[in-house]
Design a protein around this ligand. Sequence first.
Ligand SMILES: NC(=O)c1ccc[n+]([C@@H]2O[C@H](COP(=O)([O-])OP(=O)(O)OC[C@H]3O[C@@H](n4cnc5c(N)ncnc54)[C@H](O)[C@@H]3O)[C@@H](O)[C@H]2O)c1
Length: 274
Amino acid sequence: MKNNLLKGKRGIIFGALDDKSIAWKVAKQAHDEGAKFVLTNAPIALRMGSIDQLAKETNSKVIAADATNMDDLDNLFKESIKELGGKIDFVLHSIGMSVNVRKGRSYYDQNYDFTIKGMDVSAISFHKVMQAAWNLDAMNEWGSIVGLSYIAAQRVFHTYNDMADNKAVLESIARSFGYHYGVRRNVRVNTISQSPTLTTAGSGVKGFDVFYRFSDDLAPLGNASADECASYTITLFSDYTKKVTMQNLFHDGGFSFMGMSEESMSNYLNSSKK
Ligand SMILES: NC(=O)c1ccc[n+]([C@@H]2O[C@H](COP(=O)([O-])OP(=O)(O)OC[C@H]3O[C@@H](n4cnc5c(N)ncnc54)[C@H](O)[C@@H]3O)[C@@H](O)[C@H]2O)c1
């Protein structure tokens, strides 16, 4: 699909690790829609992942930045403006990591150093990205900033652990910064609450395949894929959504508004004790 929706726009895309990453799909589609952008990730992810391939395919530069480090972010925005030849129109924050999950600690047995680190990477970094851009006045008027979230911000999902709290903070930051960015700079800020998606971060959650099947069964349209998430993200970067801001937008095939589906009901009927 090529509709030039992002023709002439300049962006920064955080979080493309490999070709399964949601950010990877966004980069591919943004390129197809005519955008120029810089790709960024934490230095260690640049060494482990395959971002250079994406950079080649999308004719873009890679600039390393740990999204929790203000000096890195300051440098990233300055260098991106130089590289792209002007201020930024869109930013994708596609970053998430829980040390407690990685180390197998359950929600009622947190190591708080891990908790704070995970919160910094997954949620506070969204604030840091926006504050770095704000300080440099790096965003163009009518620019768009998007973060990626999950419905565990509103409801409990067994094993999603402290990532649920991180996502709740992420969505709150989108609202709060969205207000300030809107009223003073005409920039919009939203989060997309995406279906479970088969990526490195997704598969890190214990029992992820069950999460995946459960929501796929319940959602009338089924789970949204990473590619579909990318398409939705592109609309939020485009000029067709200029007045959408401070929202958490569910992109989940209808899962968030379901109670019981025919499919789930029949699963229970088949397995119910007589
Ligand atoms: N996969 C899912 O099921 C799912 C569902 C809803 C929302 N999300 C969210 O989508 C976003 C992208 O995740 P994904 O599923 O594409 O997985 P992914 O593992 O491909 O992406 C996560 C990215 O975060 C980056 N990252 C980690 N620490 C960082 C740091 N300090 N600085 C900069 N970058 C850092 C990683 O290097 C990686 O590129 C995350 O916010 C995730 O929580 C994922």
